[in-house]
Structures are given as C-alpha cells and as structure tokens.
Write a protein that binds this ligand. Structure first.
Ligand code: ADE
Length: 239
C-alpha cells in the first residue's frame, strides 16, 4: 500500500510511522510512505503557503496553489488512483469500520492542514473525504494523519504476526476488548482470574466475551445496539 502525506512537516508523520508494527510494515515493503511539502511548490522568495482570511478574523488560511501543486505531484508519482483525505475536526469521525475500509485501498493521499485551515475551494475540488480523529482541535493534521497511517497499516495483510492478530482487537466486533493478564499468577496487586488458567477454551472464550460485553456496557453503552449483540450474547447477559 502507498500513502502520500501532504504536509508542512512531512518528516513528522514519517517519524511516527518509523517504529514498531508500522515501521516493520515499511521494512517488509508492505507500506510505502511519501511526504510532499507544499512549501516546495510555493512561489516567490518567501515561498508563502498561507494568507489572511477574507472577512477578517484570527489566524491564516492555507493557499490553494501550493497545495494543489503538491497534490498533483503526489498523484503523478504513481498511476494507481488515490483517495484524497483531508484531516480536520470538521470531518466524519474515524471509526474502526472506516479504518478497515481505507485499509482495503492500494493508495491514499492524506492532506494535513495547519493554521486556521485550508481554502474551502481546494477542499471542494480535490478532497474525496474529510476525517476527524476526535472532537478536539490539534494544531495541525499531522498527528491525525499518523493515526490513520498506524491504524490502517496494521490491518494490511502480512503486517501483524499471528500472535498480534487484529481479529481480537477492541472495536473489531463492535465491543471494547476484554482485560488481559500475564505472569506471575500471584502478585501483590492480585491474582489472575482462575478461568484463564483452567485450560477450558470454551469457558475462557465465554469469560472474555462476558468481560467485553460488561466493559462496553459500563464504559461505552453508546456502542451497544441490537446489531452488535448475538443471540449467544443475549443469553450471556440474561444469566
Ligand atoms: N486537525 C486538527 N484537529 C484535528 C482533528 N481533531 N482530527 C483530524 N484533523 C485535525
């Protein structure tokens, strides 16, 4: 998979993607990340990338042309069609379902804004989708782009080892994850739940599902709806 990042700080996103599972995806050739800096496409001695907003108000707005030229360069660098995503608090919230959809594509271009944002005409003309990583404001889209790169890369075939398999992740089945334990069995902070050492796989699966359901119900009841619960879950909850 190829991901191009358009940003005034493309090295920042590259650094975020240089470690752990995502770094390994790069080393294995499963992810190629390319940065494009709009400043390199800006004109004049000052290589200006922003200007004051029409209508007044604080902050600056990113200019159309340096962004459009970087987008063109990114698109032209590879013939595969790319989906262009603009990271902004005005976007649709990022969910695991959306991450999975994006991970199914061969090419993404992530557009990161700074300052007050990007000239709306550029967004209208060039952006396929606007995505937010949460209801808070970051000083730029780079951290959000790094979040997208990480979440998407780990779902690509061959990136996770069997032991790290994504199927058990939180949200993959619409629920929060169950708690996890490792050695030692006895510790001053408490024991490991006995069922996990019982060797009874059906009981362990049942316990984990119960924990996931209970935690979701307690912490994120908004995630629980008719669709997420199987018949077996309803039976478990009724017990
Ligand atoms: N840029 C600034 N804040 C953001 C957010 N919450 N999500 C995505 N991009 C952003």
């Amino acid at each position: 998979m190829r991901i191009d990042v358009i940003s005034l700080f493309p090295e920042f996103v590259a650094q975020c993607a240089a470690f752990g599972v995502v770094g390994r995806a790069g080393e294995r050739g499963l992810l190629s990340l390319h940065g494009w800096n709009p400043r390199d496409y800006a004109e004049g001695n000052y290589r200006r990338v922003d200007d004051r907003p029409f209508g007044g108000g604080p902050g600056m707005v990113m200019l159309i042309e340096p962004l459009r030229a970087s987008l063109r360069a990114a698109r032209d660098a590879d013939p595969a069609p790319a989906k262009v995503i603009y990271l902004s608090p005005q976007g649709a919230p990022l969910t695991q379902a959306k991450v999975r959809e994006l991970a199914g594509r061969e090419r993404l271009i992530l557009l990161c804004g700074r300052y007050e944002g990007v000239d709306e005409r550029l967004i209208q003309a060039e952006v396929d989708e606007e995505i937010s990583i949460g209801d808070y404001v970051l000083s730029g889209g780079e951290l959000a782009a790094a979040v997208v790169v990480d979440a998407v890369a780990r779902l690509r075939e061959g990136v996770l080892n069997d032991a790290e398999s994504a199927v058990q992740d939180s949200f993959e089945d619409g629920l929060l994850d169950c708690p996890h334990y490792t050695r030692p069995v006895e510790h001053e902070l408490g024991p490991v739940p006995g069922v996990l050492m019982s060797g009874n796989h059906a009981q362990i699966a049942r316990w984990r599902r119960m924990q996931a359901l209970g935690r979701t119900w307690q912490r994120r009841p908004d995630l629980l709806d008719e669709a997420t619960l199987s018949k077996a879950d309803r039976k478990l909850l009724a017990e």
